[in-house]
Design a protein around this ligand. Structure first.
Ligand code: CA
Length: 423
């Protein structure tokens, strides 16, 4: 945990009161600015130029190997270091930008030198994603899907409470917020038909998820114990797992989702560190039956992260369609990573692991339109009077995530994407 997680902490940088990025956050990302792409942090409405701070020697005494680690167009090299290195940089930034260090602002013109207005940069993918895994860890979501597609009396499959179910997904189609994605083509089976048709998907959906990103690698053959997982996890982003429900329904038997899930997944650009999230830990649901010892965790391992989804038609304001919370997840990150590696599977820096759709207990907290409109039987009213069962062409999907406790808020910003008509 950061040694700076104290109540009175403030910054000499002016931070708007409702900002997701006060000095308690200090996330990591990658920006393009004046023709260069390099690693950065953020405070309020400013980007902190980590490449230049490193060049000027402000990280020289930290365990980074060399200060050039932030000159890269991804955070992968930084993530390949260890937790000590990650924490030392965040702590150094908090030290430099806290109010107690206000005199630094006037030395060497710090504001002009190291701070860039957020409106002047273009956000990039923070990491090159090596491997991508998607879990299925919300009991409410798994139950809803089981009720709709299988048997209401036996909604959960027999394995579900014994292991965090997941599948290996596609890394290349994960993109950063601001993406425009065309409605995908594919095969679907019309209702009551026996042969499929080919055309644009009619049932494009979002899945409200969070994803964690690993740093340190383990060797092939070695597993990561649940209680050590925090040392391997760098931080988290919002993850919109776009899904074409009609394509999914036809293709998924027997090996699971394929092309219905890899036409675009959209993340928020700033990785919020586990150090910053530590303050918002909460207990998870009671797991019954008791899990195997390799999945047991001690202490509060869930995190209280408020989540919201809005839909914004092209010519109208956004309508809130879901409010959920990361804390509802049945399986926590430590358990997911322990299970992922219990067979000796090796992980790498920059790998991404999505949580699975995060649905809450009430119908307004469901994390997909499939559930919110209950397979299209309960259309949602938009502010402009139109209805949605699934995503319409030119709709933008806006996901937000933030933590709030004792008057202290940090956030993830947004994952935004626009669905364009089929090409
Ligand atoms: Ca998913």
């Amino acid at each position: 945990m950061s040694i700076f997680n104290t109540k009175g902490l403030s910054s000499w940088v002016s931070v708007p009161a409702d900002s997701d990025f006060p000095i308690h956050n200090i996330p990591f990302g990658v920006v393009s600015y004046q023709g260069q792409t390099h690693c950065a942090s953020r405070i309020g409405d400013f980007v902190i130029d980590l490449a230049l701070l490193g060049e000027d020697g402000w990280f020289d005494d930290l365990p980074l190997g060399n200060g050039a680690v932030f000159h890269n167009p991804t955070l992968n090299a930084f993530l390949e270091l260890d937790k000590k290195a990650w924490t030392s940089v965040r702590n150094r930034l908090i030290e430099l930008f806290q109010s107690a260090n206000a005199e630094i602002r006037d030395h060497d013109d710090w504001v002009n030198k190291y701070l860039i207005p957020i409106s002047d940069v273009e956000m990039q993918m923070p990491v090159q994603v090596g491997d991508y895994t998607d879990f299925y860890s919300s009991i409410e979501h798994a139950t809803n899907v089981g009720i709709m597609f299988r048997d209401p009396a036996n909604a959960l499959l027999p394995n579900w409470k014994h292991l965090p179910v997941g599948y290996h997904g596609r890394a290349s189609s994960i993109v950063v917020s601001g993406a425009e994605i065309h409605r995908p083509y594919g095969q679907t089976l019309p209702k009551d038909a026996t042969t499929p048709v080919f055309g644009p998907s009619r049932l494009v959906d979002f899945e409200l998820e969070m994803a964690f990103i690993t740093g340190k690698a383990n060797k092939l053959g070695d597993s990561i114990p649940a209680e050590k997982a925090d040392d391997y996890i760098f931080g988290m982003v919002i993850f919109n797992d776009l899904s074409a429900r009609d394509i999914q329904k036809w293709e998924y038997v027997p090996l699971g989702p394929f092309l219905s899930k890899n036409f675009g997944s959209v993340i928020s650009p700033w990785i919020v560190t586990l150090d910053a999230l530590e303050f918002y830990r909460v207990a998870g649901p009671i797991q019954d039956p008791r899990v195997f010892p390799y999945l047991e965790t001690l202490g509060d391992k869930n995190i209280d992260i408020h989540l919201s989804v809005s839909l914004k038609p092209a010519d109208s304001s956004e309508t809130a369609v879901s409010k959920s919370n990361y804390k509802y997840l049945y399986w926590n990150m430590n358990q997911q990573l322990a299970h992922h590696t219990v067979n000796g599977c090796n992980i790498k820096a920059g790998d991404m692991y999505a949580s699975g759709t995060i649905s809450g207990p009430t119908p307004d907290s469901y994390g997909s339109l499939l559930e919110l409109s209950w397979q299209g039987t309960k259309p949602l009213k938009m502010n402009d009077g139109t209805e949605r069962r699934f995503v319409s062409d030119n709709d933008s999907i806006i996901m937000r995530a933030w933590c709030e406790k004792d008057g202290r808020k940090i956030g993830f910003g947004e994952s935004v994407c626009k669905i364009l008509p089929a090409k």
